[in-house]
Design a binder for this molecule. Structure first.
Ligand SMILES: *Cc1c(COP(=O)(O)O)cnc(C)c1O
Length: 314
């Protein structure tokens, strides 16, 4: 298996969270495809595509989806035809969509309620045409998506060993929840009871946000005690704003301030909400003198959409 060097860096960012040390894991700086968690997931999906000789990629996602952009990019690189199924949207303008078009990938739009049947019909049609299609679930969720961040947990452990440090908390944006599920699997396997992994839900309310993460953990670890999962599972739904892709002035101010001060781009859909959620969570819960790690899950093109004023404001 080809080994990738993701060159993820972890840096201390002074003054982000009052009375705590904040570190940031720059998964947005993976040196290809604009980085982000979707790159880590996609590489595992494409290993399976290669191993089992699939010859057509089908996936699902909105026009702002980093996942679709990365999948389309990898398909173009490997010259495997790719088709993206997207829901009909009000504001489909985005750099991710433009990139998808640049890769020459076909998109099919349908009503949200018809997504499942559209996917099934598309795959059936490709099979009838003699292809061996590979379907990648939206956002790259599924066992391989979970595995990608199970492996990241091991990377974090190695970083801690090398630097004689320990992160008491890990914060990240949670969408489909697979990224968080992978990290929690790592925590459970390593029995790191003293570490908390807090997902900031960017769209789903509880109990659903938490349930889907639990399902992903069970799918990956299979034999793990249900109570143990629940003890380790924390996904907060207080920072969703108006829903997926909707944000308010607090978040846009934070993105601008953060970029000015640290030179690190955030976006209003994922990482902006997650950073705001992390800061507020630590203040509200009076977390003090802890060593905290924020995982920057990527999405750089969305930062530029934000500058274009493309997203909804609450
Ligand atoms: C998709 C995405 C997430 C959410 O990851 P999940 O594994 O779906 O929870 C977070 N941040 C960015 C930038 C993303 O593109």
């Amino acid at each position: 298996m080809k080994k990738y060097n993701f060159q993820t860096v972890i840096n201390v960012l002074d003054g982000v969270i009052p009375r705590n040390t904040c570190n940031i894991m720059r998964d947005d700086l993976i040196p290809f495809y604009f980085g982000g968690n979707k790159v880590r997931k996609a590489i595992l999906f494409f290993e399976e595509v290669d191993a089992k000789k699939y010859d057509y990629i089908v996936t699902y996602g909105s026009s702002t989806s980093n996942h679709c952009r990365v999948i389309a990019n990898l398909a173009a690189k490997k010259t495997i035809p790719c088709l993206i199924i997207s829901p009909k949207e009000v504001s489909p303008e985005s750099y991710n969509r433009q990139l998808v078009e640049m890769f020459g990938v076909k998109t099919v739009t349908c009503e949200i309620s018809d997504v499942k049947s559209t996917i099934d019909n598309t795959i059936q049609k490709l099979r009838n045409d003699g292809y061996k299609p590979y379907f990648i679930p939206g956002g790259g969720h599924g066992i391989l998506g979970t595995k990608a961040y199970f492996l990241v947990y091991e990377e974090i452990k190695r970083y801690e060993a090398r630097h004689h440090t320990f992160f008491d908390y890990i914060f990240l944006a949670s969408g489909t929840g697979t990224t968080q599920a992978g990290l929690i699997c790592g925590k459970l396997v390593n029995k790191d009871e003293n570490r908390k992994i807090v997902g900031i839900s960017i769209a789903r309310r509880n109990p659903r946000a938490t349930e889907v993460i639990k399902k992903s953990i069970l799918e990956y670890l299979k034999e793990v005690d249900s109570d143990l999962i629940e003890e380790s599972l924390l996904c907060v739904d207080e920072y969703i704003c108006g829903g997926y892709g909707v944000y308010d002035k607090k978040i846009s101010d934070l993105i601008v301030d953060f970029y000015c001060k640290y030179g690190i781009p955030l976006d209003p859909i994922y990482t902006g909400k997650a950073l705001w959620g992390m800061i507020d969570y630590c203040i509200v819960n009076q977390i003090n003198s802890k060593n905290i790690l924020f995982i920057h899950t990527g999405g750089t093109p969305l930062f530029f959409d934000f500058l274009q004023g493309r997203y909804e404001r609450d």
